[in-house]
Design a protein around this ligand. Structure first.
Ligand code: NAP
Ligand code: MG
Length: 498
């Protein structure tokens, strides 16, 4: 159930391949496995056990037993301590987790290390919340005593994507465990490895068996079994809007499990004439090309006010020539490969659409090299609002740029897609910034920066970008249900409230 894997740095480690259910490594009941591909060279790294419905059933049974049993006796303080310990163990293993993440996902080592550090930070942050969750006393009338309790929901199914494997693992586990739930988490089929390595730390951190179950598997089988499971009380999902819809439907058709969704985006990055143009260029670069454009909040629609449009496009083009594309294990690399052949093909097809629809290719627009899923950073200018590349989530290193004139016009254009995950405004004028933060319908608005995420700041979508908020105190409510207790202290007339 383990394979010895050698990373490109020469590090040898034991990669778990099994399903982590009830605190143990087990084989898939139906005997299936699937291959894990290295996106840098398209070679098979290893094969992992593939969970199907019977494995999901076993994981749910383990999570239920833990929820009703040992986990319910653990004090909030001790829950917090276990989470702090898990965060510490993640930090102790940061170099291993970083290399596994780069190997499987293709992100560069610096970026992967940053992800693991933030993942550990997130688990620690939520560990701090574990003993700060409480209800209220609510006065209604004499002769009564009323209070609320914030209780965990129960067994939670969590389905995560491949763009930030460890970070999404932490964003999901943190608030669910801090609030006293138990979980069955399915990783993305493209990137199962780092979560399995991190699962080896769960027992060491002291969690009782069955509290955190981690399975590898496919969306259409294991994922569907989670979202339709009668024994799962809540499902949390991050991924595409299309899959989010499917999950919500199957939650509705099964046991009306609670649903939170963190979905796609087509976020506007708005740059005014008075912005510090060099800073705006740097932020626009990070906004779209960070993580190879595989970021739900990517600043994929860049709008530049007409006075600086030509200068901006020239400087932006110049700036991205410095983005080194190549091997994620090379320290000079900024952009590694896209995660899979499927994603590579999807992105290339959007690029072809952009060309066919008449947008100007300022640079890129083709694959990089002849092996691995590499795409050159691509800028399209003169993109109109109706073009596919301005409306749909590409999820790759492709920026679409257009010109605007006024605050009123850009507020309307900024809100002109079904998404509403994020937006950014670059200006030195506080009034302009605040006017737009009012008008833009997005869950996060950055001013003079981009992609500034932190586990203490709530994150999530307006419109079709999602339901609920992850991170911060807000995420706790996704995993809690309120119970009201109303007590008659002995009077006879308390039923008819005044
Ligand atoms: P996806 O289908 O949304 O996958 C995300 C997760 O959902 C994976 O774990 C996936 O399993 C699972 N899943 C798929 N179908 C399911 C189903 N019917 N029931 C339950 N779970 C299911 O995303 P994708 O196909 O990998 O990527 C497609 C597009 O989604 C991208 O181009 C991008 O636009 C968007 N996306 C957005 C985010 C984000 O952070 N918001 C992340 C990833 C992708 P498998 O691994 O087997 O597919
Ligand atoms: Mg892979």
């Amino acid at each position: 159930m383990f394979a010895t894997i050698k990373t490109p740095t020469g590090r040898e480690y034991e990669q778990p391949l099994g399903l982590f259910i009830n605190g143990e490594w087990v084989a898939a009941k139906e005997g299936q496995t699937f291959e894990v591909i290295n996106p840098t060279n398209e070679e098979v790294i290893t094969s992992v056990q593939e969970a199907t419905e019977p494995d999901v059933d076993a994981a749910v049974a383990a999570a239920r037993a833990a929820f009703e049993g040992e986990w319910s006796d653990v004090t909030p303080t001790n829950r917090g301590k276990m989470m702090m310990k898990l965060a510490e163990l993640m930090e102790e293993n940061i170099e291993l987790l970083t290399e596994v993440e780069s190997l499987d996902n293709g992100k560069n080592l610096n970026q992967a290390r940053f992800d693991i550090q933030s993942a550990a930070g997130c688990i620690r942050y939520y560990g701090g919340w574990a003993d700060k969750i409480h209800g209220k006393v609510i006065d209604t009338q004499p002769g009564t005593f009323n209070f609320t309790k914030s209780e965990p929901i129960g067994v939670c199914g969590q389905i995560i994507p491949w763009n930030f494997p460890m970070l999404m693992w932490a964003w999901k586990i943190g608030p669910a465990i801090a609030t006293g739930n138990t979980i069955v988490l399915k990783t993305a089929e493209q990137t199962p490895l780092s979560a399995l390595v991190a699962a080896t730390l769960i027992n060491k951190a002291g969690f009782p068996k069955g509290v955190i179950n981690i399975i590898s598997g496919l969306g259409k089988t294991a994922g569907a079994a989670i979202s339709s499971h009668m024994g799962i009380d809540k499902v949390a999902f991050t991924g595409s809007t299309a899959t989010g819809r499917t999950i919500m439907k199957s939650a509705a058709d099964s046991n009306l499990k609670k649903v939170t969704l963190e979905l796609g985006g087509k976020s506007p990055n708005i740059i005014f004439n008075d912005a510090d143009i060099d800073h705006a260029v740097d932020w626009a670069n990070l906004g779209i090309f960070f993580n190879h454009g595989q970021t739900c909040c990517a600043g994929s629609r860049i709008y530049v006010q007409e006075g600086i449009y030509d200068e901006f496009v020239a400087k932006f083009k110049e700036r991205i020539t410095k983005n080194v594309v190549g091997d994620p294990f090379d320290n000079s690399t900024f952009q590694g490969p896209q995660v899979s052949q499927l994603q590579f093909d999807r992105i290339m097809s959007y690029i072809e659409h952009g060309k066919a629809e008449g947008a100007t290719v300022e640079c890129g627009g083709e694959r990089h090299g002849d092996k691995g899923y590499f795409i050159k950073p691509t800028i399209f200018s003169n993109v109109t609002m109706d073009m596919k590349i301005m409306q749909e989530e590409i999820f790759g290193p492709v920026a679409s740029i257009a010109k605007f004139k006024t605050v009123e016009e850009i507020a309307k254009i900024g809100n002109g897609t079904p998404y509403g995950l994020a937006a950014a405004v670059h200006t030195k004028d506080l009034n302009t910034a605040l006017q737009l933060t009012d008008k833009l319908k997005a869950g996060t608005i950055w001013v003079n920066c981009y992609n500034m995420l932190h586990y203490a700041l709530p994150f999530g979508g307006f419109k079709e970008s999602g339901i609920g908020r992850e991170l911060g105190k807000e995420a706790l409510s996704n995993y809690l249900q309120v119970k009201t207790v109303a007590i008659n202290m002995g009077g006879h007339n308390v039923f008819i409230g005044k």
